[in-house]
Ligand binder design. Structure first.
Ligand code: GAL
Ligand code: MG
Length: 972
């Protein structure tokens, strides 16, 4: 067999080779007129790039082979490379996929320039057509184009062979925290143009209506023909050719025989500027004409008129200091790995809009171009990030001249592709790659090519948030504590906007203190927001019986965050992958099926466009937006009384300018005692991301007049309390008596942050109760127990008194000084089976915790017990409700029990004991108990975000010393 020159060169071990035969990147969108080559291709997987051809099978394009049961499975590592070779080497065992298919080249393409576009291939792409080597490309997240005009014949079939090598020198700079996959992950297409064509179009559109369109023109023959010209139209308005540009070019003798350059311009009067709140787009058509006026090429663009600038410590869009309510988003899908359809991308962005997000960081690579189209259309500010992360060998690579070309190539090609999107407001040089000369080189390229946008790179700014930097105009740290951000903003030394590129790590039950972050951001100039880490939990749908990814056959085999029976959400290690980083890839605000986690509701309220305040008898509505009035919103008042009554009435939102506050009339008389007033805000008309009537936010204020009558707890003469020989309450509806609980099934934050290990060291996960006294005094029973922990003895006392209709239980627990950080202090008991519905008065309806309770309004809520649970991928503490005043647990015949709480408390009702959850690694291992496990917590530790970043703040920790709480238990 003849040696293949593309293989013989070993390009997968040569970082200097970023491409061969590849066309320059540009912003002319050819998808519209193209021939799609998506679908089924012939495929074989070789053990190495040198492997001999074997059996052909079939593969779906686009689609990673790691998700299609073809013998090579996904592997998850955070930053460590999956193998030990140092850059630029890769392992000898190197799966190599060969994709092949025949294409009928349309006869009408005769005389045209024929181009193949491969949307994304991971990690090295070799292209052969009709047996001839055509090209090489690297960068798994950008398209590669090859001119096939000389190797195919219109009217004849052509054989395309795309060879994809999994591991390479490029893997070392694609070491992002995500699953390792391989294959062709975005669409493949073929298109034809006239030999005379638009090689690139650059659109600059400013907030004041000034439009500038720079066109580059080439001819496949080399020399440009005489008499070509370009026209442009924005809607009905014709653009004019910029004579000054032509004159300067002519004087500078820049006019070229083979590169035509034209500048068109226009001034749009009364322009409607683009912002994320008002994503106004205009249609631009650019036409390239031959001398006879016929059209040789056309390019369509959607134009958004906007400015972005950094002004001292402020990032301004159209002159306004905006807030960045951002999220980091990977390309992810539980069935296809990295291949994400346009419908999926739209669904992602629609969901983000509905939960108040206005910004996306394309962590950590340029996304499918459709994502930016959608961001332009739906309204998002985008930090567009280059596909560079050399995490494991960051320091060695940042200054390695062999990788210099790759850095500049990746950054420049991203900019060339995405420069016309109004949504892109900031370029990012990549992620977690240390900082070196290779970054400055790439930054230099951008500075020259696109002076209209700021640039950021966390690695360049992290050691000195204020220092001048070629590579970052933004101080964009990750996981900085709130105090540090506040101190910087107040230091007087801030020189750049402070916008965290990652914060509030959403792993498992997390995002504690999000509201505290925002309280600081909104009150301190210089702080402008950040990007939550991250959107998705990267759980892959896996069949439990054979451990394979379900792939596309798994469509519909999940819902409400949970995999169907026989399936589970796989994380690192579940495919036998080694090394792996376990569940660290499950750190998103949505489950793998895009079901929002409760933290999304917290964000929605924090990001609410409308705020409600009550101040000395006056209700105030504030418009929290930057550019929009409140006209697009409807509202309804909802008054929740303590006694269970709820009144509603429609409301008209006042015309409030962005950033301003106006008084609003409340239709109800002020109630006596405690009540809660909510403004239920919905969309007043259809929005691109929400039909009319979609709930937008639920701002709420507490009203309190007079003093609420304290409930009376007269003991009932003659009644008695039954306890067993160990002093444990005996009650017909309790399967297990109320005892002290100091532990929760560790959250991911608890585990990774080290708290869970301390709790285990102290023995809190397996407390042994020792009764030290049971005293009866009249109707009261006083039970004293002790629990020995590794940090001293905890003394617990229960005084149980019969009261009208039931029992009152007053408890106290004394925690020794050394027991200074427990998960909870409270009571746990279990009910008999059959009590399947929880009705409660407190915060809800979704899960909330002490440091994540800003988005759960107080009300009378009701849910089946099974729906209280939140199925975090690795089972852990979940389903808690904050600020609960009372609840009932009932059977369909309305029998059951009622619990009243002396003070608003953290309550959880679940089918699982904490130890059940802690013992399970995935949901398919959990077996629900027939009864309910009920926790009433006098104190519950905040969630924080310690799995990556700061723990909760001190105010949400549980102090040692004496804790007291009281509750009543009645039978319904
Ligand atoms: C950051 C990193 C992300 C992810 C995150 C933790 O350091 O940029 O890619 O690893 O931490 O989930
Ligand atoms: Mg990393």
């Amino acid at each position: 067999m003849r040696r293949d020159p593309l293989i013989a060169l070993r390009p997968w071990e040569t970082p200097e080779v970023t491409s061969w035969g590849r066309l320059p990147m540009n912003a002319v969108d050819r998808r519209g007129d193209a021939l799609s080559l998506d679908g089924s291709w012939h495929f074989q997987l070789l053990p190495t790039p040198h492997g001999c051809s074997g059996e052909w099978t079939r593969i779906e394009v686009p689609g990673a082979w790691t998700m299609q049961d073809l013998g090579d499975l996904p592997q998850y590592t955070n930053f460590r490379m999956p193998w030990g070779e140092f850059p630029p080497a890769s392992p000898a065992a190197n799966p190599t996929g060969v994709y092949e298919r025949s294409v009928d080249i349309p006869a009408e393409w005769a005389g045209r320039r024929i181009v193949l576009q491969v949307g994304a291939a991971e990690s090295v792409l070799l292209v052969h057509v009709n047996g001839r080597p055509v090209g090489i490309s690297k960068d798994s997240r950008l398209a590669a184009e090859f001119d096939l005009s000389d190797v195919v014949r219109p009217g004849d079939p052509a054989t395309l062979r795309l060879t994809v090598i999994k591991w390479s020198d490029a893997s070392h700079i694609e070491d992002q925290d995500q699953w390792w996959h391989a294959g062709i992950t975005r669409s493949v297409l073929l298109y034809a143009t006239d030999p005379l064509h638009l090689a690139d179009v650059t659109v600059r559109a400013r907030q004041d209506g000034e439009l500038r369109v720079d066109c580059q023109v080439r001819d496949a023959a080399g020399a440009l023909p005489e008499g070509w010209y370009v026209t442009g139209a924005l809607g009905g308005q014709l653009l004019v050719q910029d004579a000054e540009f032509d004159r300067v070019n002519a004087e500078d003798m820049r006019v070229s025989d083979f590169l035509g350059e034209v500048r068109l311009s226009a001034t749009v009067r009364a322009v409607r500027p683009w912002t994320a709140e008002t994503p106004e787009l205009y249609e631009l058509t650019v036409r390239l004409h031959r001398a006879d006026g016929s059209v040789a090429d056309t390019s369509h663009h959607r134009v958004g008129f906007r400015n972005v600038e950094v002004c001292g410590p402020n990032l301004l869009v159209n002159g306004e200091r905006i807030f960045i309510r951002g999220i980091n988003r990977h390309d992810f899908h539980p069935l296809t790995g990295r291949t994400v359809s346009a419908a999926d991308m739209r669904a992602d962005l629609v969901l983000l809009k509905r939960f108040g997000f206005n910004a996306i960081r394309t962590a950590h690579y340029p996304n499918d171009p459709t994502l930016l189209d959608l961001a332009d259309e739906l309204g998002f500010y985008v930090v567009d990030e280059a596909n560079i992360e050399s995490h494991d060998h960051a320091h060695e690579i940042a200054d390695d001249p062999r990788y210099l070309g790759a850095f500049v190539d990746r950054v420049s090609r991203m900019v060339l592709r995405d420069k016309n999107h109004p949504s892109v407001i900031i370029w990012s040089l990549g992620n977690e790659s240390d900082y070196g000369a290779n970054h400055d080189a790439a930054a230099g390229w951008i500075r020259r090519h696109d002076p209209t946008r700021p640039l950021q790179y966390e690695g360049a700014a992290k050691l000195d948030w204020a220092g001048p930097s070629v590579a970052s105009d933004i101080a964009c740290p990750m996981y900085a504590p709130i105090e540090d951000c506040v101190a910087h903003a107040l230091s007087g030394e801030q020189t750049k906007p402070l916008i965290q590129c990652e914060y509030s790590h959403a792993m498992g039950n997390s995002n504690g203190t999000l509201a505290d972050h925002w309280a600081a951001i909104e009150s301190i100039p210089g702080l402008q927001g950040g990007f939550i880490w991250e959107f998705w939990d990267h759980g892959i749908l896996q069949r439990v019986n054979d451990g394979r990814p379900a792939g596309r056959a798994g469509a519909g085999l999940y819902g409400k965050g949970v995999a169907a029976p026989g399936h589970r959400w796989a994380y690192g290690g579940d495919f036998g992958d080694s090394p792996n980083d376990g569940g660290f890839c499950a750190d998103g605000l949505v489950f793998p099926d895009r079901t929002p986690k409760p933290a999304m509701y917290e964000h929605r309220e924090i990001a609410a466009p409308v705020r409600l305040r009550y101040c000395r008898g006056v209700f105030l509505v504030q418009n929290r937006q930057h550019f929009r009035s409140l006209e697009w919103l409807n509202a309804e008042w909802c008054l929740v009384h303590e006694d269970g009554r709820t009144q509603t009435a429609p409301s008209v939102l006042p015309g409030v300018l962005p950033g301003s506050t106006e008084a609003i009339a409340m239709p109800f008389p002020l109630p006596e005692g405690e009540a809660w007033l909510t403004l239920r805000v919905t969309t007043a008309r259809d929005e691109a991301w929400a039909p009319r009537g979609t709930e937008v936010c639920l701002p709420q204020v507490r009203l309190s007049t007079g003093v609420a009558a304290a409930p009376s707890h007269e003991s009932v003469p003659g009644a008695s309390v039954e306890v067993d020989g160990e002093g444990r309450l005996v009650h017909p509806l309790l399967a297990s008596p109320p005892v002290l609980s100091l532990w929760r099934a560790p959250t991911d934050n608890d585990e990774i942050g080290g708290m869970a290990a301390r709790w285990r060291d102290w023995g809190l996960d397996a407390l042994v109760r020792k009764v030290v006294g049971v005293d009866r005094e009249g109707a009261h029973v006083t039970v004293r127990a002790e629990y020995a922990t590794g940090a001293g003895i905890v003394r617990h006392e229960q005084v149980i008194t019969p009261v009208a209709g039931g029992l009152r239980i007053e408890e106290s627990a004394e925690l020794p000084e050394a027991l200074d950080d427990v998960a909870r202090v409270g009571t746990v008991f279990e009910t008999v089976g059959g009590l399947d519905v929880l009705d409660w008065y407190g915060q809800g309806p979704w899960e909330s915790y002490p440091d994540r309770s800003a988005g759960a309004p107080v009300g009378h809520h009701s849910l089946p017990v099974d729906e209280l649970f939140t199925p975090y991928l690795r089972p852990q503490e979940s389903g808690g409700r904050h600020g609960v005043r009372r609840f009932t647990l009932s059977a369909p015949d309305a029998t059951g029990l009622a619990v009243g709480l002396g003070a608003p408390s953290q309550v959880s009702v679940s089918r699982y004991r904490a130890e059940d959850l802690a013992a399970a690694t995935h949901h398919d291992e959990l077996v629900p108990r027939p009864g309910c496990v009920v926790h009433l917590d006098a104190a519950h530790r905040g969630l924080g975000t310690a799995s990556c970043g700061p723990d909760t703040s001190a105010q949400y920790l549980i102090a040692p010393g004496i804790h007291r709480w009281a509750w009543t238990l009645r039978v319904l």
